[in-house]
Design a protein around this ligand. Structure first.
Ligand code: ADP
Ligand code: ADP
Length: 229
């Protein structure tokens, strides 16, 4: 599904050159749940932004479902992003002025879907996260955990090939965090690939693979070796 070959990212600002990601190879298969861990400033966000087609790599190849992303125009990239990728952020990023239904429907408005089809998808996605009865509520009327579930419904409504989650439980207390984590595991078990940045090592161990980013170096954590050590 995703294949990265010698992918790398260097930022140039005035006189400073930062090698945010050193060349790395990574393959992600359909149905995997990948946790991305590492200290602050190590390159996790850069990795997520490149994977999510929000930023271009500065070298290497990135294949997404057989498409060489680096050869696409910006317009083709945003179309691919809309079709294939669901985003979940630490800060939920819901629109306060819109009710829950409209928030979840938002990304579908960029697609050529009938009103009836959009409604069906929104309702299905809200049912998946257990918030079907809250359609006419506004984000401020929900708890943090519920708001994040709305954000997950918004990501799912587009039937993405994979979900990118940037510390999805970072703003939640531990009980709500557990709820969101269980939901993500359910969604993954139903077939959606997930790539999730997390600071929570206990959470990371619940993923099927752990990738560590350290000073721009991406490496796979060998969980078997870790268990023995
Ligand atoms: P993390 O998400 O692990 O905290 P980032 O990916 O945000 O790390 O940052 C990795 C490195 O790249 C840091 O040294 C950061 O300062 C640098 N960096 C990130 N974004 C930019 C940018 N837009 N311009 C210049 N340097 C950047
Ligand atoms: P942080 O974790 O640092 O608070 P976010 O997770 O909110 O930041 O955002 C991570 C990246 O995704 C940023 O580069 C931001 O510009 C981008 N971004 C944030 N919200 C959206 C959105 N709704 N759609 C597309 N890109 C977004």
């Amino acid at each position: 599904m995703l294949r990265m070959n010698k992918l790398a990212k260097t930022y140039f600002t005035d006189t400073v050159k930062t090698q945010a990601l050193r060349p790395f190879d990574l393959e992600v298969k359909q149905g995997e749940f990948i946790a991305v861990v590492g200290p602050s400033g190590s390159g996790k966000t850069t990795f997520l932004n490149i994977t999510g087609l929000l930023e271009d790599a500065s070298g290497g190849e990135y294949w997404l479902d057989g498409v060489d992303v680096c050869t696409l125009s910006d317009k083709q990239k945003s179309r691919l992003r809309n079709e294939k990728i669901g985003f979940i952020f630490q800060s939920f990023n819901l629109i306060p002025e819109l009710n829950i239904f409209d928030n979840v429907e938002m990304p579908l408005r960029y697609r050529r879907l009938s009103h009836a089809e959009r409604k069906k998808r929104v309702e299905y996605a809200l049912a998946q996260v257990g918030l079907h009865s809250r359609q006419t509520h506004y984000p401020s009327q929900l708890s943090g955990g519920q708001q994040q579930r709305v954000a997950i419904a918004r990501a799912l409504a587009g039937s993405p090939a994979f979900l990118l989650a940037d510390e999805p439980t970072g703003n939640l207390d531990s009980k709500m965090a557990d709820g969101v984590m269980s939901l993500l595991k359910e969604i993954n078990a139903a077939g959606t690939t997930i790539i999730m940045v997390t600071h929570d090592l206990e959470q990371a161990t619940q993923a099927s693979r752990i990738v560590e980013v350290k000073d721009g170096v991406i490496s796979e954590v060998d969980r078997h070796a870790q268990a023995i050590a």
